[in-house]
Structure formats: C-alpha cells, structure tokens
Design a protein around this ligand. Structure first.
Ligand code: NAD
Length: 480
C-alpha cells in the first residue's frame, strides 16, 4: 500500500494500492475492448456532451469536498483548490459544447465528387498527469478525449492521486459505460512504460517534467503512437519602466510564489529594466518577506508547503548552486523558523539578484519559490533574454506602451504571452509550449483536435473507367 501524505504535516491521509504491470495491461485491454466493440462508439455526440455536462454538475455539487482533498494532498491553499475545481467545471462544460459541433468539412472537388473530411476518435488514449494541479491537468485531457469519443487510461501522479480517483468515480456516476475510463495508480517508472509502450494504445498525452517526456517519447516510438507533451517552463516576466508599478509588482509576486512556485508557467525569471530595478526589487523583497506560509486549510494562509521532502531537497540544491555561481541572495534561501511549520515541507520565498543567463538557477526549472532577477536596457535585449531558454511555455511583458507590448509579445517564443498580466488561461484558448516545453496543445479547439483523426471520404458519384493502363491491342483502350 502506498501512503499518501499531507505535505503540511506529513500525516497519512490515504493508503492506495499501486497497480501491478499486469493490472496496467488489463486496463489498456479494457479500454481497447470498449473502443472496438463496446456501446461507447455508438453514442452520439449529443449523448457524450450530456455525459460531460453531468460530470460538470457533479463537480459543482462536490466542490468543497474536492477542494479539501486537493488541498490536503498538494498543500496548496483552499482558495486555490476551489478555483481549480471551478476551472475544471468550465473545461467539462466547454468540451461538452465542442462535442456537439459538427466539425465535418466539405471540400470542393469539382463535379461528380462529394468530398468530406470527418473527424473521428483516435482510439485508446493514455493520459498521464503531474502532482501540482492533479484535478485540473486530468480534466484538460479527460474532457476533450471523451468529447471526441475515445476511451482512456488515466495515470495520475503517485504523489497526489486523490482527486483523480474522485473524478473517475464521478464520471462513473455520470453514467460512462464500463471500460471507457480506466484508472491506473502507481509509480511512473513502474507502470508508466507498460502504458506508453502497449501496442493497443493509440495516443499518449503527458504532462510533467522534460526528462520524463523524453523517456515517454522514446517508449512510444516503436509503436508509433501519437504524442502530446506538456512539459516544463522557465518563464520570463519582462518589466519596462513605464509599466503600472503596483500591478506589475503584485503580479510578479503571485506569478512566482503562488503554490510555492510549483507551477509550470511560474514567472521565475524577472527581467526588469535597469532604471526600475532597485525600486522594483526592493518592493518585491519587502512583500515576499510578508507572505503568510501555513496550512492550506487555514483561511489566512497565502502559500502552502512544497509537495514532498524530495522536492524540497531539489529546491535546496538549486539554491546552493545559485549561491555558488555568484547570484546575490536577497531574501529566503532557507526553511522557515516558525515551529508550527516544522513538520511541513516549507521553504521561504527566495529572491536572487545579479543573475546571469548562464547560471543554472536561471536555466533549469526549479519548480519552487525561487525568483531570479536579470536586468536589461533595450527592448531587443529584453526579448533576447526572454527567449534565451530551452523552454517556451509562457512569458509576460509589462509596459504602458501598447505598440511595444505587442511587438515584444510577437517576438517572444512562448506558447502563451501575457501583456500587463501574469497567469490567466482560458478553456477556449490553446495552452502549450514552444521548444522543449512540449508538443501539441491542450484547451481550445486544438485541445480537442489532439484526440481526433482526420479522415477524408472521397465519393465518386459518377464512376467510369480511366483506362490508364490501356494498350493498343487491349480492348479496354482509352476513349478517344
Ligand atoms: P514527472 O515527470 O515526474 O511525473 C509526471 C507523471 O509522469 C507522473 O504521473 C509520473 O508518475 C509519471 N511518470 C514518471 N515516469 C514515467 C515514465 N517513465 N513513464 C510514464 N510515466 C511516468 O513530473 P512531476 O514532478 O509530477 O510534475 C512536475 C513537472 O510537470 C514540472 O516539470 C512541470 O513544469 C510540469 N508541468 C507542466 C505543465 C504544462 O502545462 N506544461 C503543467 C503542470 C506541470
């Protein structure tokens, strides 16, 4: 039995059995049978949409319960967990709406031909999710996969599986046929490769770290599966001197320290104009030192702990490397002293100044409450710094000059760019990464298209011979 720990106090909150490789294979087979010969492929788009809407309604009903579980499992504050559940509801409703839209495209192929492109489900989809936004990330995959008519095998993170278990229960209560949604629990390296290499699987959608993404791509290569990868980020937050100071400081703070920095799109790289640097960074330090760390369930907590002891050890290694490489530690850089936080995996909000782009703390994803500060003087330099990363998930630009904002936004090589904001995403708008931040997109119409195959149906309404291979002595020679 795997013990699931509350990262605030290390209390065991659940015990769950990991799947054996044989059980993982059985889940894949169940999904295959349900797709090939079950009742699910006969469901109309309207019936699938109604199922997704029922799931959304059940999520609304269980909102507080789900939010509590998410908080004790991940450590994030209850307010964040409630927002997550609300977002998950929106995602199910959005894909219920897209499911019933007729995506068939008529193609004009001239007289005597009816040509149509139709969109069909890909088949059996393996959906693997990370520990930081368990319910949200699961919904970004499950909702479009079901909307498109696929069957799925869901593998949540072994660190925070609880709300995914609950979500699958809700989907069953909403009336999904047996075998359509299958849940596999367990450690990624053990059950993961069983799922990602199984010949019965058509698609793998993965959200998680870069190294795991690479391993999954390799594992899925022999069976030529479709792959969607949402990987990490090292996201620039560029601030010009004419930005709205109050808003920019506030968002720079939440952009990096929300959920203790365990956010793929966290604004971990502050790239601030030299003229603004001193005032801006001093204010950030002042506010970072006041962030109230605590139990996510307590209403006055503004940030919880890191998710595990191993993860905190990784953050500590990154901080040590930053100091060794010559970055100036302005605040944090250690665990908090407060006795009531000792049992949790807490780490103080940390700010490093005088950072250079060649430092590992600027280049590698820390996934913790660590902000690095770099400065620039020209617009070109700001863009160049913002793009100087192997990742390309998200970035922001702050300026009062709209023309400049749009210029910079169009030059940044990131999948999402915020202008005078940091963090929002919409179910209707695509989310995903350039470069090593991944392949494919979630959310929006493309998030549905990932789970569809396009099929061209070419119908000749007046067939006649072409006689291409006719010869002079062949009676079926070409017509003159
Ligand atoms: P991780 O890569 O360690 O694990 C993610 C999932 O993959 C887990 O379910 C894990 O069990 C599974 N896994 C591990 N090894 C596997 C293998 N060999 N085969 C198949 N599955 C395997 O990531 P994590 O630590 O859970 O999450 C943090 C990472 O996720 C960060 O890098 C973060 O940036 C990224 N992330 C990205 C997005 C995005 O939208 N781009 C969103 C959230 C998190």
């Amino acid at each position: 039995m795997r013990e699931i720990i509350n990262p605030f106090n290390q209390a065991v909150i659940a015990k769950l059995a990991d799947a054996t490789p044989a059980e993982a294979r059985a889940a894949v087979r169940a999904a295959r049978v349900a797709f090939d010969s079950g009742e699910w492929p006969q469901w109309t788009p309207e019936e699938r949409a109604a199922l997704l809407t029922r799931v959304a309604d059940l999520l609304v009903h269980d909102r507080s319960d789900l939010a509590r579980w998410e908080t004790v499992d991940t450590g994030k504050t209850l307010a964040e967990s409630e927002i997550d559940v609300d977002d998950v509801v929106s995602v199910f409703r959005y894909y219920a709406g897209l499911a019933v839209r007729d995506h068939t495209r008529a193609v004009d192929a001239g007289p005597g031909v009816v040509s149509r492109v139709v969109y069909e489900p890909v088949g059996v989809c393996v959906l693997i999710t990370p520990w930081n936004y368990p319910l949200l990330q699961a919904s970004w995959k499950i909702a479009p996969a079901l909307a498109a008519g696929n069957t799925v095998v869901v593998k949540p993170s072994e660190v925070t599986p609880l709300t995914t278990v609950r979500l699958v229960e809700l989907i069953e209560r909403a009336g999904v046929p047996a075998g359509v949604v299958n849940l596999v629990l367990g450690a990624g390296p053990e059950v993961g490769p069983v799922l990602t290499s199984a010949p019965e699987v058509d698609l793998v959608s993965f959200t998680g770290g870069l190294a795991t993404g690479r391993a999954i791509m390799r594992s899925a290569a022999d069976t030529v599966k479709k792959i969607a990868l949402e990987l990490g980020g090292k996201n620039p937050n560029i601030v010009f001197p004419d930005a709205d100071f109050e808003a920019a400081v506030d968002h720079a703070l939440t952009g990096v320290f929300l959920h203790a920095g365990q956010v793929c799109s966290a604004g971990t790289r502050l790239i601030v104009h030299a003229d603004l640097h001193d005032e801006f960074v001093a204010e950030l330090v002042r506010r970072a030192e006041k962030i109230r760390l605590g139990n996510g369930l307590a209403p006055d907590s503004r940030s919880g702990p890191l998710v595990s002891a191993e993860h905190r050890a990784k953050v500590e290694r990154h901080v040590a490397a930053g100091i060794a490489e010559g970055a100036t530690l302005l605040t944090g850089g250690r665990r908090p002293d407060a006795p009531e936080l000792r049992a949790g995996f807490f780490y103080l909000p940390t700010i490093f100044d005088d950072c250079r782009r060649d430092m590992s703390i600027v280049r590698e994803e820390t996934f913790g409450p660590i902000l690095t500060v770099e400065t620039f003087t020209t617009e070109d330099e700001a863009v160049e710094l913002g793009n100087d990363t192997e990742y390309g998930l998200a970035g922001a630009v702050w300026t009062g000059d709209r023309a400049r904002a749009r210029r910079v936004a169009s030059r940044l090589r990131h999948g999402t760019v915020w202008i005078n904001d940091f963090g929002p995403y919409l179910p209707q708008a695509e989310w995903g990464g350039f470069k090593h931040s991944g392949t494919g997109r979630e959310l929006g119409p493309t998030g549905l298209a990932e789970y569809q195959e396009a099929k061209h149906i070419y119908e000749n309404t007046a067939p006649r011979p072409e006689n291409w291979f006719a010869t002079e002595d062949d009676p079926s020679g070409p017509e003159s």
